[in-house]
Design a binder for this molecule. Structure first.
Ligand code: NAP
Length: 292
């Protein structure tokens, strides 16, 4: 049987259409307010600039606003923290995206963690990660949360299955592993010090490539009927997995491009809309122990 293509581009378009209605509803219920995503780009890395532009374009497509903050390469941690404080305090802003990576001299973790949990729509704070890992309410890291939406949409069973995540970065590998664990998969996390990687990948029902190295996960490591999620994107439209040699014998796969990438952006936008909905609903009744 032909493998299922986990078509992120198509699902993202469908979700965007739903988001347009939700944004219109927020406008009506608030007398014209629209959700705003603030994006911060430090330095002039062309790839990062492209990602930020794509996120701004997605905001436009659903009727939201984005506010672009461009900071020079020499911005200090202190200056960036001050900018984040300003956005945290700005009631017009519903979500904050600090584009990764920031220049090496900036303490990225400190800056991520300064984003208030309610505006952490990219799911990058340690606090948000902790809540998510505990199964509590938090915006998940956008890329793995988008992957989970894709798996759910295509009804890929996760419970009890062996999932192998290759990569353990704070924005992708680690939260991916926690989300799969929360969905009752049996999860193995691999990294640069993992031994016998090919054997571990061979035992996987679900393989997530989150390494950042072109076709690093070889086709002959992957078992027949596995589900392949490839987060990588490299010149020549290839990812972190040697996909072309395995598409005929796997159960399902994310195409590169058009798989994980569009789902990341749509998830970021959806989480910003959710934050604006929370804001539009206003404060609920105070808990009993806080009432006068
Ligand atoms: P990253 O921070 O560079 O992390 C890479 C991970 O791969 C690290 O955990 C590293 O292990 C591991 N690794 C490196 N060499 C390895 C090896 N020989 N064997 C096993 N593991 C190895 O990258 P990232 O930000 O997570 O991104 C990973 C990929 O996803 C990249 O291709 C990136 O472009 C892509 N990505 C895509 C999207 C999207 O929206 N489509 C979003 C984010 C990232 P150590 O921890 O031991 O160093």
């Amino acid at each position: 049987m032909a493998a299922t293509v986990l078509d992120g581009k198509r699902l993202a378009r469908q979700i965007e259409n739903e988001l347009k209605h939700r944004v219109a509803r927020i406008r009506r219920s608030t007398g014209g307010r629209i959700p705003v995503l603030a994006t911060i780009l430090v330095g002039d890395d062309p790839a990062s600039a492209t990602y930020v532009r794509m996120k701004g374009n997605a905001c436009k497509r659903v009727g939201m606003d984005s506010s672009r903050i461009l900071l020079p390469e020499e911005t200090t941690t202190r200056e960036l923290l001050a900018e984040i404080d300003r956005l945290n305090d700005d009631p017009r802003v519903h979500g904050i995206l600090l584009q990764h990576p920031v220049p090496g001299h900036v303490d990225e973790r400190a800056c991520f963690d300064r984003i208030s949990t309610g505006k952490d729509v990219d799911g990058v704070t340690a606090h948000g990660f902790g809540l998510m890992a505990m199964g509590a309410s938090a915006y998940g890291a956008a890329t793995p949360a988008g992957i989970m939406k894709l798996l759910s949409h295509y009804q890929i069973p996760l419970e009890g299955r062996n999932a192998v995540v290759v990569g353990r970065s704070p924005i992708l590998g680690k939260p991916m592993a926690m989300m799969l664990l929360n969905a009752n998969a049996t999860v193995t996390i691999c990294h640069s010090r993992t031994r016998n990687l090919s054997c571990i990948v061979r035992a996987a029902d679900i393989v997530v490539g989150a390494v950042g190295r072109r076709e690093f996960i070889r086709a002959d490591w992957i078992s027949d009927n596995a589900v392949i999620i490839d987060a990588g994107y490299h010149p020549g439209s290839v990812g972190d997995v040697e996909l072309s040699a395995v598409v005929r014998r796997c159960a399902a796969y994310t195409p590169v491009p058009g798989g994980v990438g569009p789902m990341t952006i749509t998830t970021l936008i959806a989480q910003t809309v959710e934050s604006a909905e929370v804001d539009a609903a206003g404060p609920g009744p105070a808990p009993a122990n806080e009432r006068g």
